[in-house]
Design a protein around this ligand. Structure first.
Ligand code: SF4
Ligand code: SF4
Length: 309
């Protein structure tokens, strides 16, 4: 993507207003598309591919066939009152979505400029000022589009809007100093303390993540970074994993707030819509007792926690 200040372009897939759990206060969250990881529990699977993609939601489909006719590439066919797509032929041109009157066909991902996004975000500036909120850049992984991310953060700063960046920590270490300089707050995910398990469940390299965490803590201090732990039943909620996460944070001089994000299974439809329903894995609900035990364990280790549902 070209770096050109407010005219810099990037690929986004959503902008959500009035977000309450993506940093302090009332926020507008901008979701960038593309992520280097493949977390087994991913809640935004439509964010992973670094390209626009077509999605289809059968429950909304009236089986009218308009999309099949509209597809010049011949990527679509009707089978038993459902539309099937050949992904090898689909270029995500959007003709099917434009022809679909029920909203069953959609294109996920669009190119947007920094100025366009900043205008949309700035519209709610009075809410940010009243609540201590601002803009959050999420994903996907925002650092996967570094020029776009940094141009966005520069623009938010220019317009007097507080910024936060949600990151999985899996990015080139050369980006750390610019990220620390431009983001008012970094929300840093810690998913698992064991390198082998982390690699298996997400594809992330713990060494890379930990080095970036350590550098960001040094540069931002505890007021500029919040550690966040997705609580995934059966993956990282046992006592050993939580102890390992606490140790990892302490060994990198972090004693700040830990946001806990309990897993839920609401992403199943999203996996289906992008044609990856077979990859969806339901980790099940996390019992309230388990959440309390984790809060107590982290509290005994010296951390304050906040449950981010
Ligand atoms: S996005 Fe374009 S190529 Fe893909 S199925 Fe729809 S009309 Fe066909
Ligand atoms: S145009 Fe929409 S409603 Fe009609 S068959 Fe295609 S997806 Fe279904």
């Amino acid at each position: 993507m070209k770096d050109g200040g407010a005219e810099t372009k990037g690929l986004i897939f959503d902008i959500q207003r009035y977000a309450l759990y993506d940093g302090p206060g009332i926020r507008t969250t901008v979701f960038l598309k593309g992520c280097p990881l493949k977390c087994a529990w991913c809640h935004n699977p439509e964010s992973q591919a670094a390209r626009a993609e077509a999605s289809y939601f059968g429950e909304k489909c009236a089986a009218c066939g308009a999309c099949v006719k509209a597809c010049a590439a011949g990527a679509l066919a009707m089978k038993k009152r459902a539309v099937v797509r050949d992904p090898r032929k689909c270029s995500a041109c959007g003709a099917c979505a434009a022809a679909c009157e029920t909203g069953a066909m959609e294109i996920i991902g669009r190119v947007a400029t920094v100025a366009e996004i900043a205008d949309a975000v700035e519209a709610d500036k009075p809410f940010y000022e009243e609540s201590g909120g601002g803009a959050t850049v999420s994903g996907g992984e925002p650092t996967a589009q570094p020029n776009f991310l940094f141009a966005l953060l520069e623009e938010f700063r220019k317009r007097g809007i507080h910024s936060a960046v949600e990151t999985c920590g899996a990015f080139n270490n050369s980006l750390v100093s610019r990220l620390a300089e431009l983001a008012d707050l970094v929300l840093f995910d810690i998913k698992h303390p064991d390198p082998g398990i982390l690699k298996e469940l997400t594809g992330a390299n713990l060494e890379v993540v930990e080095r970036n965490l350590s550098n960001l803590i040094q540069l931002k201090g505890e007021s500029g970074l919040i550690a966040r732990v997705p609580l995934i039943p059966g993956a990282n909620t046992d006592e050993t994993s939580i102890e390992g996460i606490a140790e990892l944070l302490k060994s990198n001089s972090y004693r700040g707030l830990v946001h806990l994000m309990p897993y839920n299974s609401m992403a199943a439809t999203k996996w289906l819509k992008i044609g990856r329903g077979g990859e969806y894995r339901n980790f099940g609900a996390l019992e309230e007792d388990a959440i309390s035990r984790i809060v107590n364990q982290l509290s005994e280790a010296g951390f304050k926690t906040f449950i981010n549902r």
